[in-house]
Design a protein around this ligand. Sequence first.
Ligand code: AMP
Ligand code: ZN
Length: 432
Amino acid sequence: MYWDEDVEKIDRNELEKRQLQDLKASVKKASLSVFYKERFRKIDFDPDSIRSLEDINKIPFTTKDDLREYWPYGFLSVQKDDLVRMHSSSGTTGRATVIFHTRGDLEAWTDMVARSMYMTGMRKSDVFQNMMTYGLFTGGLGFHYGAEKIGALIIPAGAGNSKRQIQLMRDFETTVIHIIPSYALHLSEVFEEAGVDPRRDTKLSIAFLGAEPHSEKTRIKVEEFYGLKAYNSYGLSEMNGPGVAFECPFQQGMHIWEDNFLVELVDPRTLEPVAEGEEGELVLTTLRRQGMPILRYRTKDLTCIINGTCECGRTHRRIERITGRTDDMLIIKGVNIFPVQVEKKLMGIPGVGMNFLIILEREGYNDHMIVKVEVQKEFFSGDLKQLENLRRKITEELKSDILITPKVELVEPSSLPKSEGKAVRVIDNRKD
Ligand code: AMP
Ligand code: ZN
């Protein structure tokens, strides 16, 4: 029932003892990187001064902007020679944040993913179809190696190509899938169109849903349509990727693997710890990572810690489903998009006016991104139809940067609503 019972059911006192030991080592290791060396010097912090877990408060938070600023190698604590893999966050083709791993880092990550999958009941005898993008995105290779460690038969299907996915599931009797929740809903329509009933025509029994926020309702829809159990999988590339927190068979929140991550929950405005059981921003510190330790990383994800122990006997605390973000990052079809990326791209295109608006719509199970763009006064002759070339150019340019194809609509100069204060850039009409 357990992948590693000693670790999964570790006594909390023992866990904290180990965390302190690992934290001390992690802070020391981090101090070898350019970024932390500079930061520690600036605040006159001595890496040897960590005596308790609370001492982590002496260290400032790390943000995505820090990772961007010290891109690409400023966070390395080892020689480049010792690295064996690079990954990045999903989304932008621009300067995405990159994470580097040593061989040992990959082994530890793989073990956490294997532990997570095993926890839900996946075994060596399973056939695992991984429907995530392979490549820089962590959901592909991360799960792949976890499943391989369990010894399951893997179908590295990758994302998309729905008809083929269904064919593979039927031909090779797939039992476990890893899939983005919005894609699982979309795929259900393809099943219906093809007259295939997954309950009758496949052997599916487990789905891992991850990479984007989704509600309990979505989980139930997926479970009912496919006739399986769906487990929430949370992770972020900065903390490896998948395998940070995962649901157990009781499906009452996700166990966050505290042997590898030190967990804090802070009020995003004051940055002070929230009271027990309150919602806050998840802040994580890697405890074991060698190549690129990250201390007090502000995930920008909002959640809360679930009180009490879990019936499964694991002692690692549980977090609630992610309820939102403290920044304006959007996740569309599993791809992370910041409105500022859209803005930067648009503002570089001649003919684009002063204002734009992103509208997210859900049609059936498909999410669409509509971008309304004001045309520059000087470009506007009174007929938007004459500007089809501009519309196409904007579509192409945006697509090359944000990786999904938006529906671009040109609108007359100064016609979009103006807001006093912070501009409203996004209207999200997606509902379950
Ligand atoms: P990336 O670095 O590209 O892997 O994106 C990580 C982000 O995806 C996280 O910070 C979350 O905002 C989001 N995410 C990943 N898994 C989940 C999940 N199970 N539920 C909600 N959001 C998720
Ligand atoms: Zn549990």
